[in-house]
Design a protein around this ligand. Structure first.
Ligand code: SF4
Length: 204
């Protein structure tokens, strides 16, 4: 019979395995949709010099997607995930604290890319809150939006290969990003004019 310590170790291992299964990609020619729908700099740091983020970890552990498929783009494997494909419709289920009125932009980008990777015309994003309430959004695929993602996949691949850190992509995500000290505080320390510009002061 398992003692309390064994249970804890078993649970820690399960969480670690689940987290690594979704996040761990070591090959620069294998890139996930998730890495390119968000700030490339953040995804780059996650691969090259990761810092722990409890919130990010929990988000990925609660990720319910189990279907995985790849497509090839100029020698790069782009990996997509889905919760399920039924009757030619792709389903994504996402846990949220509060049900949104509109789907989040990154979820639309992710669903759109997965529709192309899984070769499916329509998809449904289902948001679920803690109470078990849901809201659904149905979307069709958009080639232009997918082409933009492909452009970012290629840029990310090149930067990984050349060991060059992507530029800062300022957004509301920076507030909760575990790398914001690297992006902003370090920049402030190195460049006084950056602070002046940020504060709207004229440089002498
Ligand atoms: S702080 Fe902002 S710009 Fe920097 S890595 Fe995070 S999300 Fe990207």
């Amino acid at each position: 019979m398992l003692g309390e310590r064994d249970w804890k170790e078993l649970i820690d291992k399960m969480i670690k395995d689940k987290y690594n299964k979704i996040t761990k990609i070591d090959d620069i020619n294998i890139i996930s949709v998730d890495e390119c729908i968000r700030c490339l700099r953040r995804s780059y740091y996650d691969r090259k010099e990761p810092l722990p983020s409890r919130k990010e970890k929990m988000k990925r552990i609660l990720d319910l997607r189990s279907e995985k498929k790849e497509c090839e783009i100029d020698g790069i494997k782009l990996v997509g995930y889905a919760y399920a494909i039924m009757d030619g419709v792709l389903f994504d289920i996402i846990y949220v604290n509060d049900l949104p009125k509109e789907p989040f932009p990154e979820d639309i980008l992710s669903l759109n890319a997965n529709l192309f990777i899984f070769e499916v015309e329509y998809g449904i994003i289902i948001y679920v809150n803690r109470e078990g309430d849901t809201i659904e959004f149905t979307l069709g695929r958009d080639k232009k939006v997918f082409n933009e993602l492909i452009r970012r996949v290629k840029i990310f691949n090149t930067l990984l290969r050349d060991g060059k850190t992507p530029v800062i992509e300022p957004s509301s995500s920076c507030r909760e990003c575990q790398y914001n000290i690297r992006c902003y505080i370090r920049k402030w320390e190195q460049d006084d004019s950056f602070i002046a510009r940020l504060l709207g002061r004229k440089e002498s």
